[in-house]
Design a protein around this ligand. Structure first.
Ligand code: PSV
Ligand code: MN
Length: 412
């Protein structure tokens, strides 16, 4: 892309009253967290596929996350899932130091209270107090790990629910959950927060204990300011207006973070923005609008949102789709930064329906590639990160060094 295209864009933006330097600073400060589990082999309920070079150890996952950061410049942290990422010798300090030596840090800590046989009937919602206790112990261990990792985010997702009417008391499960969440809240390290993730179905199909944002929000409100809601794009029915949920939670100071992915897969595993880039833009549009809001709580909430990918790619490789996802977020953010907010507000005030719609769509239709190439050059990362990755030889290196791991068990 020539510099001429960049110069033209700058001119257009200045005519709209948009400060290009502010846009560039915002883009350079963008932060997307990648998931350690996205670098490992994974699959569907029907088959786990092995990908040559997929990471099998935590060290390899950290290496891969660091490589994604080298290519994009905006992924300095990696979310961990415990015990998937428990080091064989339990040496979490060494794990932390290893990450830092690669130029990245550990981000959100995700406890896993769904993979053990004991959790067949759930974790915090389990009718057996001993299993509830076991789940709590593990989550409290994760609270301690947050301090070790210098992480300020505990990211909670529960597979709890029931498959048959009458299987368990719905009110009973609610009460057990509430008690468990309260205990976790009391153990959060200072200046940290817990994010409550909801999912409307799966693996339980009759009832899910945290099925929607309303339930997560109600509990966050009851618990206190350190509890917020996590929006996983894949956890909504098709057609749900996610940007409206985002707007509501931002305005209430309770949007804590995202798990980005594509909901066409029902869950986590397709590249965010690959099917509906307009939706991703509209979500970012709400976030940028909130960042710039005069309301202190809204703007502080928006600035503190944890942007995380939650994707495990099964058949299209590991590294390239993660880089692709990061770039889709970057592109959507860039377009949202180009929305002329004053003009939009004026059109909205005047009831100019199509005028307002057009202002938004003009930003969406802008070609931001010259702008992104420019900021990447200034950040010292490849101006085409996927091409840069392909040319780096990293994929060949991990394929020859790591080979084809046994995919059984998926997340190792
Ligand atoms: C569950 O579907 C989920 O979205 C949760 O965030 C888990 O932690 C993650 O996927 C990995 O299974
Ligand atoms: Mn998720």
């Amino acid at each position: 892309m020539s510099n001429k295209a960049y110069d033209l864009l700058v001119e257009d933006l200045s005519n709209l009253g948009i400060d290009i330097e502010q846009v560039k600073t915002a883009l350079k400060n963008q932060h997307i967290e990648t998931p350690s589990w996205g670098y490992a082999n994974s699959g569907t309920r029907f088959k786990a596929f092995a990908w040559p070079g997929a990471a099998t150890t935590t060290q390899q996952k950290l290496d891969d996350a660091a490589m994604v950061h080298k290519m994009t410049g905006i992924t300095p942290t990696v979310a961990v899932h415990i015990p998937w990422d428990r080091p064989a010798d339990d040496d979490y300090d060494a794990m932390c130091q290893y990450a830092e030596a690669q130029g990245i840090r550990i981000g959100a800590v995700n406890p896993n209270v769904f993979q053990d046989d004991e959790y067949k009937l759930g974790s915090l919602g389990n009718p057996d107090p001993a299993i509830q206790e076991r789940a709590l112990d593990h989550i409290l261990e994760c609270c301690n790990l947050m301090t070790k990792f210098k992480s300020d985010t505990l990211s909670l997702w529960f597979a709890d629910g029931t498959n048959y009417a009458g299987q368990d008391s719905l009110r009973g499960r609610k009460r057990r959950f509430e008690a468990g969440l309260r205990t976790i809240y009391q153990h959060l390290p200072a200046n940290s927060r817990m994010l409550i993730e909801y999912k409307f179905f799966e693996p339980a199909f009759y009832s899910t204990d945290i099925p929607d944002w309303g339930t997560a929000y109600a509990w966050a409100l009851k618990l206190g300011p350190q509890a917020q809601v996590l929006v996983d794009l894949g956890h909504h029915a098709q057609g749900v207006n996610i940007e409206q949920i985002v707007a509501f939670l931002l305005d209430e100071g309770r949007l804590g973070g995202f798990h980005f992915n594509n909901r066409k897969y029902a869950d986590d595993d397709l590249i965010v923005g690959s099917v509906n880039p307009y939706e991703l833009f509209l979500i970012y549009n709400e976030l940028v609008g909130a960042e710039l809001s005069d309301d202190e709580i809204t703007s502080a909430t928006a600035q503190n949102v944890a942007y995380m990918l939650d994707q495990c790619h099964n058949i299209e490789g590991k590294m390239a789709p993660i880089i692709y996802s990061v770039l889709n977020c970057q592109e959507s953010y860039a377009k949202a930064l180009l929305v002329p907010r004053k003009q939009l507000a004026e059109a909205q005030r005047n009831g100019d329906i199509l005028g307002a719609h057009d202002i938004l769509n003009n930003a969406y239709r802008s070609d931001v590639r010259p702008l992104l190439a420019q900021i990447r050059r200034e950040m010292g990362v490849p101006s085409h990160p996927i091409a840069g990755y392909r040319a780096s030889g990293y994929e060949e290196k991990i394929q020859s060094e790591r080979g084809l791991a046994d995919p059984s068990g998926g997340f190792q």
